[in-house]
Design a protein around this ligand. Structure first.
Ligand code: UDP
Length: 382
């Protein structure tokens, strides 16, 4: 039996690692879960939801706010766990500090690393520091699991040997389709919080838009511009309702709320500002919304699985595949551009249908199975 150490610490990592954890476990493999503590507020609910309780947990002291301090704490913490577990393989996902430091700690202990969602690149400074984290994991990993052909090309261009690259799709689609099927089969009690449920009930026939904004590069003025675009859209389109799960950071919330404080009462009634949603609640909204306006990478991917158009409030994306397929548009944070593109989706059924991709470019729901096939086959022939 092979021992895997799945190292993760943030919401998207937990969501995208869960399908692999389940698949390897079902094959009788020993998968140990390490939670690095990077996102504390939302992590436990996700581990419970996926029945994937951490075997190891790092208690980050976070006495100092800098990235170097976080990196140093993570490196020592992850190293201690690797020394104790002695895994045959370490799994890391994406581009966070937990993923980068997990790969580095494994490299120092000579444990091979499998990088899930490898090869994403904007080719620019932003997202900082994630863009460099991804590149650096690409230098350290043994198995590279890019979700798409573009991501695989990026790795080849950087000199990763072809036999170490396995294009498998993105496990985010496995997770989203699984959650949706659970809801459909079991008529799941609505995962949405009561205030969102009653908001949606009172606006039954309206068209729903999901808005999220969390990227650091959008904090401050850009997020206020996004909020003012949402305000204009509510005024222009009386059949529009908006649900916006707010980032927990108090100053981000204050920036958004200050923009909406001047909104007229009729528009305010059709706006629901709420706390971050639990994952099944977010999926349930995505599956029913008209389109979404977001800077989130994971939501872009999930939306494509539900044929939901996406307006991306960024200037570049490492998920260009959905833009190329016509399912997403980069609108940045200029209110005029956001209002123009959103209004086209609301006013023009043809433009709307053209943005409903029928097949997600990010996966078909079987990515975890492909990853587990590669890993178990490699370990069995070792
Ligand atoms: N998500 C969630 N609740 C929310 C907002 C997002 O569960 O209120 C989920 C979403 O479904 C997706 C993931 O969080 O799977 C995306 O994480 P985030 O936007 O924080 O990071 P990114 O994907 O941009 O790295």
């Amino acid at each position: 039996m092979t021992t895997y150490l799945a190292c993760m610490g943030t919401r998207p990592e937990i969501i995208k690692m869960a399908p692999i954890y389940k698949n390897l476990q079902a094959r009788g493999e020993n998968v140990q879960v390490l939670h690095t503590g990077q996102h504390e507020d939302v992590a436990q609910a996700l581990y419970t939801f996926f029945d994937m309780d951490p075997d190891y947990q790092i208690q980050l002291k976070r006495r100092l706010p800098g990235l170097s301090d976080l990196t140093a704490e993570l490196l020592q913490g992850i190293d201690r766990v690797i020394t104790e577990v002695k895994p045959d393989v370490v799994l890391v996902q994406g581009d966070t500090a937990s993923a980068f430091v997990g790969a580095m700690a494994s490299y120092y202990r000579d444990v091979p690393v499998a990088h899930i969602e490898a090869g994403l690149r904007t080719g620019q400074h932003d997202p900082f520091p994630e863009e460099k984290n991804r590149e650096l994991i690409g230098r350290l990993a043994h198995w590279h699991f890019p979700p798409t052909a573009q991501a695989a090309d990026n790795l080849r261009r950087e000199g990763v040997p072809a036999q170490q690259i396995h294009e498998v799709g993105n496990t985010v689609i496995d997770a989203a389709l699984w959650v949706k099927s659970q809801m459909d089969q079991h008529g799941a009690p609505d995962a949405l919080p009561p205030e969102v449920q009653s908001f949606l009930r009172s606006h039954g026939a309206s068209r729903l838009v999901l808005v999220t904004a969390h990227r650091r590069e959008n904090w401050g003025r850009p997020i206020q511009l996004i909020a003012s675009a949402v305000g204009i859209l509510l005024k222009l389109h009386p059949d529009l309702t908006v649900v916006w799960p707010l980032h927990p950071n108090p100053s981000v919330r204050a920036d958004i709320q200050s923009v909406f404080s001047t909104l007229d009462a009729a528009s305010q009634q059709r706006l629901c500002l709420t706390d971050p949603l639990e994952y099944p609640a977010l999926i349930s909204l995505l599956a029913r919304c008209h389109f979404c306006l977001t800077d989130s990478g994971g939501i872009q991917e999930e939306a494509s699985a539900f044929h939901c158009p996406v307006l991306i409030t960024r200037d570049s994306t490492e998920r260009q595949e959905l833009v190329d397929a016509g399912g997403a548009i980069l609108v940045g944070t200029d209110p005029h551009r956001i209002v123009e593109q959103a209004s086209a989706l609301l006013n023009n059924p043809w433009a709307y249908r053209a943005m409903q991709v029928h097949e997600s470019p990010f996966g078909d729901g079987h990515s975890a199975q492909r990853i587990a096939d590669v890993l178990t086959c490699a370990r069995n022939t070792h």
